[in-house]
Ligand binder design. Structure first.
Ligand code: PMP
Length: 458
C-alpha cells in the first residue's frame, strides 16, 4: 500500500525537478523505498527493473555495501573539511590525483562541485576569468549544440539547447549560441559518418566566423547527446570538433556528465575518441549517485592563466562550501575502485552486446523506428509510420502512456516527450537482467500499441 499521507505531504511541499507542477498535484508521487543491484522496490512493495540507473547515474547499481562502509568510516573520522584557507582532506587530494590519472592527459587540475550544472557553471566562470586574465576580454561567446544538455543553473541552462529550459527563464543569454545537432535519424540528408561530421565542422566554423573568432571563448559538447534524446554522433565526430576548435583558437569543452565512468564503454568517451579537451565536466557516475558531487577538470595552461591573472594577493573568487566534500570524495574513490578493481567497467563492456542486440531486435516492433546506442547508453525512437518517420501527435501523450505501461510491467526507463525512450542500464547488469528488460519492454510496447487511440494513429 502506498502511504497516502506521504503522497499528500509531497504534493503540498515538495517541488519536483523538471515536472509540470499541476500535473504532479493531480497525479501524486511514486515513492521509492529501496534498491539492490539493478532493482528497485516502491512503497507498495512492487519490484522494478531500473533500466535508467536512477537518472543515468547509479552506474554501480544499488546496495553496494563497500561504499556504505567507506562513507560511514569517513563520516566518523571527518565529516567535513573546507577547501578554503588552504585546508584540504586526504580523500579530496587522492580523488583529484586519481581523476588526473584516468582522464585524457591534457587535464591536470580539478575543481570539485556538487553536481553537473554547477560544474558547467564553474567552467563558464573559469573560462571568463581566463580570457580576462589573458587580456582578451572580448572573448565571451559560447557555442553549444541544439538538443544538448548542460544543466539547469542560470548559465548552464542557457547552454542547454532545449526550449523547455529557456521558456519563461529569459534564456539563452545573448552570448550563448547553438549549431545544429548531428542527428542522423532526423536531420541528415546524407547519413554517412563523413557527411555528418563535415556538416558539424562546417556549422561550427560558420558560427565562429559569424560571431568573429576573437569573440568566441569556447565550444561545449557531449560525446553522446543525452537528455536531448540519446543522439549518437558517428565515431570521429568528437575528434573533428576538437580539431576545428584548435584551428580556430576556441576552447574545447567536453561535458562527460553522462558519458563518463564507463557509460559508453571506456572510463570516459573522450579516451576512446582520442581527444584532449581543454576542460571537461563530470558528475553522476563519479559517485554513482551515492552522494552529490561533480567536477571540472582543466589543462595546465588554463589553470596557469587564471592563477597569473589574479595577481600575487587576491584570491580567485569562486568557491562552494561543499567543494571537495570529504564524504563525497571517499564515495567517489570507492566507486572508481569498483569500476576498476571491482570489475564493473569490464562487466559493462562484456554485457553491452546483449544491450545492443536487444535494442536492435526491438526494431521489429511496429512502433519502433530507430534504435541507437553507444556502450550502455541507448534509445529507441517511436514513430507512427516507419517509412515516413512520422512522429506521434504530442496530444496523444505517448511518453506518458509508455511510462505508465512500463511501470505496470515492472520496468523503469526514461520516456522523453518526443517519442524517444532512453536507456542507461547499470554496469552491473547480467545477461539475465537484459533478457528481462527486453521481455518487459516488449510487453510494454504491445500494451501501448493495443490502446485504441494509438492504434488509430498508425
Ligand atoms: N551536463 C550533462 C551532459 C547532463 O546530462 C547533466 C544532467 N543530466 C548536467 C550537465 C547537469 O547535471 P546535474 O543535474 O547534476 O546538475
Amino acid at each position: 500500500m502506498q502511504d497516502d499521507s506521504l503522497v499528500s505531504l509531497d504534493k503540498q511541499h515538495l517541488i519536483h525537478p523538471v515536472t509540470n507542477y499541476h500535473a504532479h498535484e493531480h497525479r501524486g508521487a511514486t515513492i521509492l523505498k529501496s534498491g539492490q543491484g539493478a532493482y528497485l522496490t516502491d512503497s507498495t512493495g512492487k519490484e522494478l527493473l531500473d533500466a535508467f540507473s536512477g537518472l543515468w547515474c547509479v552506474n554501480v547499481g544499488y546496495g553496494q555495501e563497500s561504499i556504505v562502509q567507506a562513507a560511514e568510516a569517513q563520516m566518523r573520522t571527518l565529516p567535513y573539511a573546507t577547501g578554503y584557507f588552504h585546508f584540504s582532506s586526504e580523500p579530496a587530494i587522492k580523488l583529484a590525483a586519481k581523476l588526473v590519472e584516468i582522464t585524457p592527459t591534457s587535464l591536470q587540475h580539478v575543481y570539485f562541485t556538487l553536481g553537473g550544472s554547477d560544474a558547467v557553471d564553474s567552467t563558464i566562470r573559469f573560462i571568463v576569468n581566463y580570457f580576462n586574465s589573458l587580456g582578451k576580454p572580448q572573448k565571451k561567446h559560447f557555442i553549444s549544440i541544439e538538443r544538448g544538455y548542460h544543466g539547469s543553473s542560470s548559465q548552464s541552462a542557457g547552454l542547454t539547447a532545449l526550449p523547455v529550459f529557456h521558456r519563461h527563464f529569459d534564456l539563452p543569454l545573448p552570448n550563448q549560441h547553438r549549431i545544429p545537432c548531428p542527428y542522423a535519424y532526423r536531420n541528415a540528408q546524407d547519413t554517412s559518418p563523413e557527411a555528418i561530421i563535415a556538416e558539424s565542422v562546417m556549422a561550427l566554423k560558420n558560427k565562429v566566423e559569424e560571431l568573429g573568432v576573437d569573440h568566441v571563448a569556447a565550444f561545449f559538447c557531449e560525446p553522446v547527446i543525452g537528455s536531448g534524446g540519446v543522439i549518437v554522433p558517428p565515431k570521429g565526430w568528437l575528434k573533428a570538433m576538437q580539431d576545428c576548435c584548435n584551428a580556430l583558437g576556441v576552447l574545447f569543452v567536453v561535458d562527460e556528465v553522462i558519458t563518463g565512468f564507463g557509460r559508453t564503454g571506456p572510463m570516459f568517451a573522450s579516451l576512446a575518441e582520442d581527444v584532449t579537451p581543454d576542460l571537461m565536466t563530470m558528475a553522476k557516475g563519479l559517485t554513482a549517485g551515492y552522494a552529490p558531487m561533480g567536477a571540472v577538470m582543466m589543462s595546465d595552461a588554463i589553470y596557469q592563466g587564471i592563477a597569473d591573472g589574479c595577481g600575487p594577493d587576491a584570491p580567485v573568487g569562486h568557491g562552494y562550501t561543499y567543494s571537495a566534500h570529504p564524504v563525497s570524495a571517499t564515495i567517489a574513490l570507492e566507486v572508481i575502485r569498483l569500476y576498476e578493481e571491482g570489475g564493473l567497467l569490464a562487466n559493462g563492456q562484456a554485457v553491452t552486446c546483449h544491450f545492443e542486440a536487444g535494442l536492435t531486435a526491438m526494431l521489429d516492433h511496429p512502433l519502433v523506428g530507430d534504435a541507437r546506442s553507444r556502450g550502455l547508453l541507448g534509445a529507441l525512437e517511436l514513430v507512427a509510420n516507419k517509412n515516413k518517420k512520422t512522429p506521434f501527435d504530442p496530444a496523444l501523450k505517448l511518453s506518458e502512456r509508455v511510462s505508465t505501461a512500463a511501470y505496470k510491467h515492472g520496468l523503469i526507463f526514461r520516456a522523453f516527450a518526443d517519442n524517444i525512450l532512453g536507456f542507461a542500464p547499470a554496469l552491473c547488469y547480467t545477461k539475465e537482467d537484459f533478457n528481462l528488460l527486453f521481455e518487459r519492454l516488449k510487453r510494454t510496447l504491445d500494451d501501448v500499441l493495443e490502446q485504441p487511440e494509438v492504434l488509430s494513429y498508425i
